[in-house]
Design a protein around this ligand. Structure first.
Ligand code: ADP
Ligand code: ASP
Ligand code: MG
Length: 425
């Protein structure tokens, strides 16, 4: 069994979808093809959801929804080379878009989160529908599966937890036909009562890992717009070098500290079963790729640089003038768990504790006010967390040139800095 996942970055234009079909011609079967939303569609849907929740005028939402529809119809037209109106996929898209418009017009009722997940799930429904109608011409035996009925989760909308036992049963049953090419959606899932959930932003990589792990795949391949995992994001560091093979642990560290190329949850299910994870460049010459497996720290000598933006440095001082005690930590971590704060770094001093967290957006100030009941709170928004694995002094000093260092931490293998950028890199 093979699992191929194609992300939004390679599926943003018809040319990427054509290349995907070429890759599928050569691929071994059985194969499960997992697709993400095209390009930045999920961002557009998030924006529509927040416009609707704020009671924005219907015309404005309609205009944006129509633009999103036109984007998908245009891709479909280019793929079919026809006017598009008679393509069977157009009917399916019409149907999905009218469902979306209804949800936006109604707005969230008492519970925002389930409604929000339904809205953002449309990205993968649109893309799967367009891709299916195109691939059906080339692979008439392709089988479409709605993953919302197969991956079962709890009701933590936005970042749902997988119910592994039930999911295992359903996945094995759904993808059992030998020699078949299956097509399904990444990122989205459903509860036992059939409410739509999502697995966390960028979660399609994780979908591929869930399926690979349960189906004991030979390997899981993530097709991306980069030639594999590099020593830094090639979009911000043109001198980044390609890493042909890295260990699961190295990949997990990179993903955890913000290397966007792999979703952090992807590694563990595959590591548990020793299934190789391959990151491969679609359309890159020489079929370059990175294999992530049980390697013995193959790439230790290559310095790796990871930049995580949109961070907040939050410093908290107990109001009772005491030292930071275990009870304060217990209290703070308890709160943060409830608020789903994503913590990347913690630093404790005698009278304060500082956290580097992902910016939770509009809810942040409300959270700060709650903390202020018991603590003095200071924070710095729009900071970055810079992580250097296998660092050298030279690699660090180059990257820190235009940065004001707010916090620094070092171990033998990893150096981390929370910084404020003072001039563009
Ligand atoms: P997908 O389309 O599968 O969702 P992503 O956009 O999430 O793909 O991930 C690919 C992007 O990750 C690349 O375009 C690149 O800019 C970024 N990236 C960040 N860190 C790295 C890294 N170390 N190696 C390769 N790409 C990286
Ligand atoms: N479409 C989803 C997102 O943009 C999931 C993914 O791309 O992996 O977050
Ligand atoms: Mg992604």
């Amino acid at each position: 069994m093979q699992i191929y996942k194609f992300g939004g970055s390679v599926l943003q234009e018809a040319s990427g979808i054509r290349r995907m079909a070429e890759v599928l011609q050569q691929a071994e079967r059985p194969l499960v093809l997992v697709v993400s939303a095209f390009g930045k569609t999920t961002n557009a849907l998030e924006e529509l959801a927040s416009l609707s929740a704020r009671g924005t005028r219907e015309e404005e939402m309609l205009r944006k929804t129509e633009a999103l529809k036109e984007y998908h119809v245009e891709i479909m037209r280019t793929l079919s080379g026809k006017a598009g109106d008679h393509d069977p996929g157009t009917n399916e898209l019409d149907h999905l878009f009218s469902e979306l418009k209804n949800l936006l017009a109604t707005g969230p009722d008492s519970s925002f989160d389930p409604w929000h997940d339904r809205i953002v799930s449309f990205g993968e429904l649109f893309s799967a529908s367009v891709v299916f109608s195109y691939l059906k011409q080339k692979f008439p035996d392709i089988v479409y599966k709605d993953i919302r009925k197969i991956i079962v989760t709890d009701s933590r909308f936005g970042n749902a937890g997988v119910l592994w036992e039930e999911t295992g049963r359903r996945v094995r049953q759904a993808f059992s036909a030998p020699g078949t090419l299956f097509l399904t959606q990444g990122y989205i899932a459903g509860t036992l009562t059939r409410e739509t959930t999502t697995l966390g932003r960028e979660g399609s990589d994780f979908t591929a890992a869930i399926l690979g792990c349960i189906l004991d795949a030979e390997k899981v391949t993530l097709w991306k717009d980069v030639p594999g995992v590099m020593s830094a994001d090639p979009k911000i560091c043109p001198d980044a070098v390609h890493l042909p093979g890295i260990s699961y642990q190295e990949a997990a560290e990179m993903a955890f500290y913000g290397a966007k190329v792999i979703h952090p949850k992807t590694i563990k299910p595959l590591q548990n079963k020793h299934i190789p994870l391959v990151v491969r460049g679609l359309g890159h010459p020489d079929n370059t790729s990175t294999t992530i497996w049980d390697f013995e720290e193959m790439e230790r000598h290559v310095p790796v640089y990871i930049r995580k933006e949109r961070q907040i440095l939050l410093s908290v001082f107990p109001r009772d003038y005491s030292f930071v005690l275990n009870r304060h930590l217990e209290d703070l971590f308890g709160q943060f768990k409830q608020w789903a704060f994503n913590i990347s770094l913690v630093q404790i001093s005698a009278i304060s504790v500082s956290f580097c967290i992902d910016d939770p957006g509009v809810l942040f100030m409300e959270r700060v006010r709650k903390l202020q009941d018991d603590y003095e709170v200071y924070f710095n928004r729009e900071v970055e967390l810079l992580t250097f694995r296998h660092y050298t002094e030279k690699t660090i000093s180059e990257k820190l040139k235009s940065c004001l260092i707010l916090v620094a931490q070092r171990t033998r293998l990893t150096a981390q800095y929370v910084v404020k950028r003072v001039a563009g890199e």
